[in-house]
Ligand binder design. Structure first.
Ligand SMILES: Cc1cc2nc3c(=O)[nH]c(=O)nc-3n(C[C@H](O)[C@H](O)[C@H](O)COP(=O)(O)O)c2cc1C
Length: 201
């Protein structure tokens, strides 16, 4: 399956077979997350893979009783790791050293300016952190589609309750959950706006 086929065939799956996903298969999907692009290559993410029934049950309750959160084979809890932004300078220098980027004088000035403004820094980390984790999560979703594994993004949850269940490491903030499992449904494509509607002149 090529990338476009995976994109076209992917659906949010909310009914799963009661069949576990082998650990190696889940790790292959996580490898797709690891390779995702991120702002300044900060890789500001952390994941918890939950497969045990009692934790999935707790998560279902924290997700407004969305049944598939318990019925899926695994829940991947996707977190922003804000601690990684402390390494931004190091990561950038690494990119410069290997010749991946050659910052213009304007970029250097901008980063110096940004570094001195705490409020701007926090906002930037929040936005970039969200984008970075979202890309990594969608890599998991597409890799899953490519392996015949269904998935669904879940953002409708009680944040504090999920955080208590997951108990993420310091500096980690839960952004979204992904349910994974072998599909027990083959839904048709969901409605989408046309290209004409989404490309503006
Ligand atoms: C950020 C985000 C949050 C979502 N949260 C939920 C959710 O809590 N529960 C759910 O059933 N689907 C959720 N979805 C799935 C969307 O409903 C779904 O992507 C959309 O209806 C389009 O359907 P499709 O994914 O099958 O193409 C979420 C999707 C995204 C991207």
């Amino acid at each position: 399956m090529d990338t476009l086929q995976a994109i076209e065939s992917r659906r949010s799956i909310r009914h799963y077979k009661q069949k576990p996903i082998p650990r190696e298969t889940i790790l292959k999907l996580m490898e797709a997350a690891r390779l995702a692009p991120s702002s300044s290559n900060t890789q500001s993410w952390g994941f918890k893979i939950i497969t045990d029934s009692s934790t999935k049950k707790e998560l279902r309750k924290a997700c407004y009783n969305q049944h598939f959160v318990e019925e899926c084979a695994a829940v991947v809890v996707c977190c922003i790791d804000f601690g990684q932004f402390k390494m931004r300078g190091k990561r950038t220098r690494e990119l410069v050293r290997i010749g991946a980027v050659r910052p213009s004088p304007e970029m250097i000035l901008r980063s110096l300016r940004g570094g001195s403004d705490k409020e701007y820094e926090e906002e930037r980390n929040f936005i970039n952190g969200t984008i970075n984790v979202a890309i990594a999560a969608e890599h998991i979703v597409l890799a899953a589609a490519n392996s015949g594994i269904g998935s669904c993004w879940v953002r409708a949850f009680e944040h504090e309750r999920v955080t208590r269940i997951v108990n993420p490491p310091e500096n980690h903030v839960v952004l979204c959950l992904l349910t994974l499992g072998y599909p027990a449904e083959e839904p048709p494509p969901r409605p989408r706006r046309s290209l004409d509607e989404i490309i503006f002149e």
